[in-house]
Design a protein around this ligand. Structure first.
Ligand SMILES: Cc1cc2nc3c(=O)[nH]c(=O)nc-3n(C[C@H](O)[C@H](O)[C@H](O)COP(=O)(O)OP(=O)(O)OC[C@H]3O[C@@H](n4cnc5c(N)ncnc54)[C@H](O)[C@@H]3O)c2cc1C
Length: 573
């Protein structure tokens, strides 16, 4: 084998999570290489919903504006319409304004956004590549790796021109030894760490022997079998009078059977059908008939661009770290798309991991810092897969659907009642502030509990709190910035009132340890009310590490805890 490529972090998989990892590391000045087997073209857009928290990550990466203008029409209405078909009966409607008309949120400087993956992934890639030290190698597959002598060696095989690549192909088996080395044309990447963002069928996870667990009560990771088709329907709006919609949810005598989701706000749509394995056997599936069923007429022209069968899973990897190898994104957690949590949870993973890898590479991490990645993100993976599965429950509602297609006048009343029940049950899928914003690192060894009780973990409701482990909350500052804009690549001490000199011992202890720390003295009652303590130490990922009304007598001890150095209990208030 010929070439050897040296880098700090080898990232396997150039989906949104791998590219997010590259962007996070590049933004931190850490060099990395992404290995991706796909060519970056003809991506089948799965994720489209970008959560508020992910938009906050984009804000700190400096790309929120770019995402906003990324190509999805911001004046397009995002209603959900429960109906028998696009041209059939409307059962209920959940109104949702276009992106540009969304009310500002009291708890964030950002708002949720919509951008299909075939636009979002390339945007992340372009942004990552703007940072020197980031490179992306496409049409190359990791075929094996070794973790030895303080490095990871990744064996990479460029794909031959003739070798076609399919987006949904399960991960090719990987070898953990150098046995695969002899292939001509391949190269080795030598890195300090490897982050596997190689998707639900993660070859790295399999090679490491890391098992997965179903997170539902019966432990079964498969919730249902689905098939999605990417469909082009020119001028669909002209064929019906329901107006613009983000999503049509279809109800028939057989129950809720599918949905049509907007992709580009113009002609492209994704039709997803839920069912059992036998029903969705691609060999016996007439996708065109299903598209016609969803359209409700046979004369609307359409084209089917791609058909992808997939399993709706509720599954989490039992380990997120093995030596110098970390798992992130779908490689860790596979969840039902109901709620749009998958990619967003993966972006949360890389923001948690990014600063810890930086600290390890720059030499200021304590011995437990890298382990805290699993301790913090593992519980979030379980929580979010459960929330997503909970949102899938309404799809199995058992109501009397037998008359939904009836034309008799009294059938309208039945439809309205069924629609009201469905709309109510589905609300959790569209209103998920608690799931997307309220995750916190309870029991993390690198956060110092302050004895206050956690707010309820309600999937629909987010309660801003500066309790250690939580996302440091947003408040507008007098100069027009958000408190979130104060949190950078290092730790930030927020000090409410008093003079900056008070933090001297903490600054000194940080500089002795090489820990980047800045101090922001704020004199703003709204922010002070929200943070509830005079001193709040915010981590490089924007989560609260510690807070109190007085600075600790042992500033170095506190910093040792939050950098993964010693037990948290020593510094509890
Ligand atoms: C219908 C549907 C709708 C969804 N909607 C949303 C949504 O609105 N919001 C949301 O947050 N999530 C959504 N999701 C989930 C989302 O698509 C996934 O969570 C997300 O794509 C995971 O990103 P990832 O980068 O971890 O994995 P992937 O996107 O699967 O990327 C993994 C990459 O690794 C590459 N790879 C694998 N093995 C190798 C190897 N050995 N060498 C090189 N490359 C390799 C693959 O080619 C692939 O590009 C949806 C999913 C579905 C099915």
């Amino acid at each position: 084998l010929t070439a050897l490529l040296e880098t700090s972090v080898l990232i396997v998989g150039g989906g949104p999570v791998g590219l997010g990892m590259a962007l996070e590391l590049g933004w931190r000045g850490i060099d990395c290489v992404v290995i991706e087997q796909g060519d970056g073209r003809n991506l089948l857009p799965r994720a489209s919903g970008i959560s508020v928290r992910s938009m906050e990550f984009c804000r700190r990466w400096g790309i929120a504006e770019e995402v906003f203008n990324g190509g999805f029409p911001t004046n397009y209405r995002l209603d959900t319409i429960y109906c028998t078909s696009v041209t059939g009966h409307v059962l209920q409607r959940h109104p949702n304004p276009p992106i540009e008309e969304q009310e500002p949120l009291p708890f964030s400087p950002e708002n949720k956004h919509r951008l299909p993956q075939d636009l979002f992934d390339p945007l992340l890639e372009r942004a990552a590549l703007r940072h020197p030290g980031v490179s992306v190698r496409r049409r190359a597959r990791l075929t094996g790796f070794e973790d030895k002598d303080g490095h990871v060696l990744g064996y990479v095989q460029p794909l031959a021109e003739a070798e076609t690549y399919r987006f949904d192909r399960p991960g090719a088996p990987l070898a953990r030894t150098a046995a695969v080395l002899s292939a001509p044309g391949g190269f080795i990447v030598r890195a300090r760490y490897l982050v596997a963002c190689d998707g639900v069928a993660s070859g790295v996870r399999t090679a490491l022997g890391i098992e997965t667990a179903g997170t539902g009560p019966d432990g079964n990771p498969v919730l249902s079998y689905s098939v999605s088709a990417l469909v082009t329907i020119p001028d669909l709006l002209k064929w019906h009078d329901m107006g613009e919609a983000e999503r049509f949810v279809f109800v028939g005598p057989d129950g809720i059977w599918g949905n049509l989701t907007v992709v580009d706000g113009r002609d492209r749509w994704r039709l997803s059908i839920a069912g059992t394995e036998d029903k969705l056997d691609p060999a016996g599936l007439d996708m065109a008939a299903l598209v016609r069923r969803c359209l409700g007429r046979d004369d609307i022209p359409f084209g089917i661009d791609a058909v992808t069968p997939w399993r709706r899973r509720q599954m989490v990897a039992r380990k997120l770290r093995c030596g110098r190898v970390f798992l992130a994104g779908d490689a860790v957690h596979a969840m039902s798309p109901t709620g749009g949590f998958g990619m967003n949870t993966g972006l949360g993973d890389v923001v948690d991991l990014g600063w810890k890898l930086e600290a390890a590479l720059r030499g200021w991490a304590g011995p437990g810092l890298l382990d805290s990645y699993e301790q913090e993100r593992g519980p979030v993976a379980w929580r979010n897969t459960r929330a997503a599965a909970g949102n899938f429950q309404p799809w199995r509602m058992r109501l009397d659907f037998s008359r939904v297609l009836d034309t008799a006048p009294e059938a309208d009343r039945d439809r309205r009642e069924i629609g009201a029940a469905i709309k109510d049950a589905f609300t959790g899928e569209w209103v998920s502030w608690g799931t997307t914003m309220g995750y916190r690192y309870e029991h993390s060894p690198i956060c110092v509990p302050d004895g206050t009780p956690p707010p309820p973990d309600d999937p629909m409701v987010y309660v801003p709190t500066a309790r250690p482990g939580s996302r440091a909350p947003h408040a507008w500052l007098d100069d027009g910035r958000s408190t979130l804009d104060l949190f950078g690549r290092g730790f930030t001490l927020l000090q409410f009132g008093g003079d900056a000199g008070q933090a001297g011992p903490l600054r000194q202890a940080a500089s002795q340890r090489g820990i980047p720390l800045s101090v922001a003295v704020l004199d703003q009652p709204t922010a002070a009310d929200l943070y509830q303590r005079r001193f709040v130490l915010v981590r490089p990922d924007g989560h609260v590490a510690w807070r109190d009304d007085v600075l600790p007598g042992d500033a170095g001890g506190l910093l040792d805890t939050v950098r993964g150095g010693c037990p948290a209990a020593r510094h509890a208030s």
